[in-house]
Each structure stands twice: as C-alpha cells, then as structure tokens.
Design a protein around this ligand. Structure first.
Ligand code: ME8
Length: 508
C-alpha cells in the first residue's frame, strides 16, 4: 500500500491562526484527504512550537507565565483547525513530555558522536527569527523579515557541526533534484550550500533564557528553539510507535512557507545526517500571501482570520479561493474583489448551477427517478464521459506535482462542459415532445454521472459541498471512493435523487 507522511510547520503560539497558516493547513488537508480517499496509508501532522525567546517575550508582555500562554494559545490553534475541519492525525506540542524526552535523546546521541561541541561565540541575533544572522544576510543592517536590528550577543554555547555535512547535503540534492520543490527554492538552498556554512549554535544559557528544553549534558543551558522544533517531525511518529515511525518516516513530505526555508532545507537535513537517520523525501515550499497588495500585519489591521471567513462565505468557498488563486511556490494576493468574482463564476454559476439545473429537471420531469442511458450511446454523451475521464487523469497528474490550482481548473473545465451539454442537448425543449422523453431521461442520467464524478474529484478540495452533492444524489459514502466505477454504472434506473438545494448562493 502506498504511504505518505504529510507535515505542516508547527506554529508559534505568539499569535492566532490567520490566512497564512490557514493556507498551509488547507493545502496539506486537501492532500491528506486526496491520498486517503485513494487508499494511501496517510499520516498528517500539525502542532504548535512553544519554546524560545519569542514565546517567553510574548508571555511576559501578556502578563502570563509561558506555560499559561502556551496552553491557552495552543488550545486555540487546535480548536481553530478543528472548526475548519482540518483532518490532522496528530497534534503535537513541543512542551509534550514525549517530545522533550526525544529531543534530549537525540541531543545526547549527536553529542556522543562528537558533532556537538562547546565554544565561545559572538553574533547578530534576531529574536523574531530566533536565529543568528551573518552581516551578508542582513539588509541595511536589519533582519530582512522583521526589519529590526539584530542584537549583538556574545556568549559560550554548544554548537552543532553543521559544516561537516555541507558537501554531503549538496550531493544528496544533486542526486535528488526534487528533494526541495519547486525548483527555485532548491536553487536557493544550493546557493546557501555553496557559501561557507559555519556551525549552528544550538544552546541558550539559562541566564538569558529558561523557557526551553534543558541540554541533557549541561544543565546550565536550554536547547535552541529550532533544534527542538524540527525534531517534532520525528518525535510525533516515535510517540505513535516504532512501527509507525518505520513505516512513515521514509515517506515524509514537509510543507512550509518560504520564510523557513533555511532551517528546513539546511539545518534539518544536516541534523538528520548527524543523527544517522534517513532524510525526508520532499520539502515542499509555498509562497506568501499578501492582502490587497500589502503584507498582513496586526498594525495594518488587515489580518484575515479563517474563522471569520468561515462565517462570511463558508469554509469550502475559502478553501476554493486559496487553492485556486495561488500557484504552489509563488506568492499570491488576497483581494475581496477576486474572491467574489471566483466564487460567483466557478462555485455559483458553474458548479452550483449544474447541480441545481440537473436536479431540478430530474425532479420536474421524472419525480427524481433515474432513467436508463441511451443505447447506442450518442457521440455527445460519449464526449461528456470522455471529458470527465480526462479531468480525472489531469487531477492525478497535477496533484502529484502540487499544482492544485490546475487540478481545480481541470475539474471546472469539465463541469463547464456539462453545462454546455445541457444547452446542446436542450432537455427543456425535448421534454415537450413525449416521444423524446427517453432521451431526456438519458441526458439527465449523464448529468447525474457528471455530478458524481465532479463531486468525487472535488471532494478533497471542497469536502463539505461534495458531501452535500453526494447526499443529494442519494449515493452512499462508498461511492465517493469508487474511483474505478465506469461511467453509467453508479445509478441504477429507478434510483431516486433529491430535490435541489442551493449550494453556493451568489455573492453580491
Ligand atoms: O516559523 N503566507 O512558525 P510561524 C503564507 N514555529 N503562509 C504563511 C504566511 C503568509 N503570509 N504567514 C505565515 C514558525 N505562513 C516556526 C516553524 S517548524 C518546525 C517551526 C505560514 O508561526 C507558513 O506555513 O511563524 C509559514 O512557514 C508558517 O506559517 C510560519 O509559522
């Protein structure tokens, strides 16, 4: 049985879920649903990243202990993803005892191999990024992400011999060109690996920070938050059992935003090498969302909340917009105007209309009862079936390449053809002639098939609407997964479908 292990970044608990984190969740949730429905053994992980300077500071600002803050915000994250019907298999918190134990185990192992050493260090540190910057990486002396000046910090610390693995990682990427996708991000990592890499400072003295995982071989220190957080991808599987780890780790596909490329593309694989573990299969890097052309920020007051979007337009419409409007790996812009336009054109006028017209005619002309197909099969009917078969092939190809917007485009091209089929066959005219009634029944049968296949292909993307379509078609849940059911075999003549119900009322 094929397998996939899908991970999201674990989110910092110093903010609320927003458009950006929701986007990563919707991509990964869609893929998890897609692979599960096709019979793949799937493990889908998300969670919260709770240690480090940033969280300690946020807690101090909120007048809470870090523990209080992390409990509260982590619970809110989990509740938000539950409200958004995100089908994660496990939610990890880096404050979970099993994670802490595993991080300490791994640190000890790497320390014992000699790849962790003690040294004096001075460097420029950005608290926002939780990492040291080289002069060259700064822009006008400031962190390019946070636009703040990093602090000069000088102290004794533990270091991970990252540079030792630089060449080996380069060779691995050359041998596996799709290790990091899309290619542009692979090239960025390769460029990082062509510069002297240096070693990674992986501890913080307790005199400066206590909110972290204690270094098991020196109680004066806690672990650098990235060395702790990345290990969640392993500790969650280990927690589920050694067999789960063995099955899923080789199939790991990480999904991240481009902001955390270096930790995932450079730190993480070298850490895995030092720990003597196989590398992940793919690092999939998506772009960033802006809102009406601007960076999302609390101070601009333009932060989009997935929960508010659910209230406003429904979850499926939000999912559809984010997945259809963005190309994986590229930046995208959230505009109210494009949201309304896409919703009305694709969801209301194309899919919604197809469902509505088909079921309304089925009800009006046949009281909802399915009629036989035409025999022999007319060319128009053959073409419609072929259009949906083609859409199914395209969806498979595009999903494998993470081109989710193209997969959606292919499905909506097919539903558009089905709407054209209504115009071409004109059942509403034919019905006036009693002799043509069998043909009208056959046309509607083909349209029900179109709805079934469309709902099947769309269900990982629009789970709620597709569940409704299946309920209207009066088909059992197993039919959703019956991908190899030939056209014309799903509805037995005599089967009754439901009256239409509006799925996507037009937005004004
Ligand atoms: O970096 N557009 O957590 P984080 C698209 N804890 N995606 C966005 C986005 C935007 N405007 N803003 C955020 C961390 N994201 C670490 C990760 S993993 C071991 C540790 C998404 O809360 C995107 O997935 O800052 C990005 O990578 C992630 O949120 C960063 O979340």
């Amino acid at each position: 049985m094929p397998r996939i292990y899908i991970t999201t970044p674990i989110y910092y608990v110093n903010g609320d879920p927003h458009l950006g984190s929701a986007y990563t969740m919707l991509i990964t949730d869609t893929l998890a649903r897609y692979y599960r429905a096709r019979g793949w053994e799937t493990f889908y992980l998300t969670g919260t990243d709770e240690h480090g300077d940033k969280i300690a500071q946020a807690a101090a600002e909120a007048g809470m202990s870090p523990k209080e803050l992390t409990d509260r915000v982590s619970t809110a994250f989990r509740a938000a993803w539950d409200t958004c019907d995100i089908t994660y298999d496990h939610f990890i918190r880096t404050t979970d005892p099993y994670h802490i134990r595993y991080v300490q185990e791994l640190l000890t192992k790497v320390y014992e191999t000699g790849d962790i050493f003690f040294d004096r260090y001075s460097g420029l540190y950005c608290v926002g990024c939780e990492r040291f910057y080289t002069q060259k990486e700064l822009r006008d002396g400031k962190c390019p992400d946070h636009l703040t000046e990093p602090k000069l910090i000088e102290e004794e610390n533990y270091f991970f011999r990252m540079s030792k693995y630089q060449e080996r990682l380069l060779r691995h990427i050359e041998a596996h060109p799709d290790f990091i996708r899309p290619e542009g991000f692979k090239n960025e990592v390769v460029a990082m690996l062509r510069e002297p890499l240096g070693d990674l400072c992986i501890s913080r003295p307790k005199s400066r920070l206590t909110w972290g995982i204690e270094i098991p071989f020196d109680q004066r220190y806690v672990t650098y938050v990235w060395f702790d957080a990345l290990i969640n991808y392993l500790s969650a599987l280990k927690y589920k059992g050694e067999d789960v780890f063995t099955k899923f780790w080789p199939e790991a596909q990480h999904f991240i935003g481009k902001d955390i490329l270096k930790p995932h593309g450079v730190f993480w694989p070298t850490m895995l090498m030092a720990a003597g573990l196989p590398l992940y299969k793919h690092l999939n890097v998506h772009g960033f969302w802006t809102v009406e052309g601007q960076k999302m920020s609390k101070s601009l007051g333009n932060v989009i909340s997935p929960l508010a979007m659910k209230e406003k337009i429904g979850l499926d419409a939000f999912r559809y917009f984010l997945l259809r409007e963005s190309v994986f790996g590229q930046d995208a812009d959230f505009r109210e105007e494009s949201l309304t336009a896409r919703y009305n054109a694709d969801l209301a006028n194309n899919l919604g209309n197809l469902v509505n017209r088909t079921l309304a005619m089925q009800e009006r002309y046949f009281k909802g009862v399915v009629q036989p197909l035409s025999d022999p099969v007319p060319e128009l009917d053959q073409r419609l079936a072929a259009t949906f078969a083609q859409a199914a092939t395209e969806v498979e190809h595009h999903v494998a390449n993470l081109a989710l917007s193209r997969a959606l485009e292919a499905i909506f091209r097919a539903t558009d053809q089905a709407n054209k089929y209504i115009t071409e066959t004109a059942p509403f005219t034919l019905v006036k002639d009693p002799a043509s009634l069998p043909r009208v029944g056959a046309v509607l049968h083909n349209l029900l098939e179109a709805l079934r296949v469309a709902a099947q292909l769309l269900s990982p993307f629009l789970p709620d609407a597709c569940a409704k379509i299946f309920a209207l078609l009066n088909l059992p849940a197993e039919q959703i997964r019956a991908y190899d059911l030939p056209w014309g075999k799903a509805f037995v003549p005599g089967h009754a479908v439901q009256k239409p119900q509006p799925l996507f009322p037009r937005l004004v």
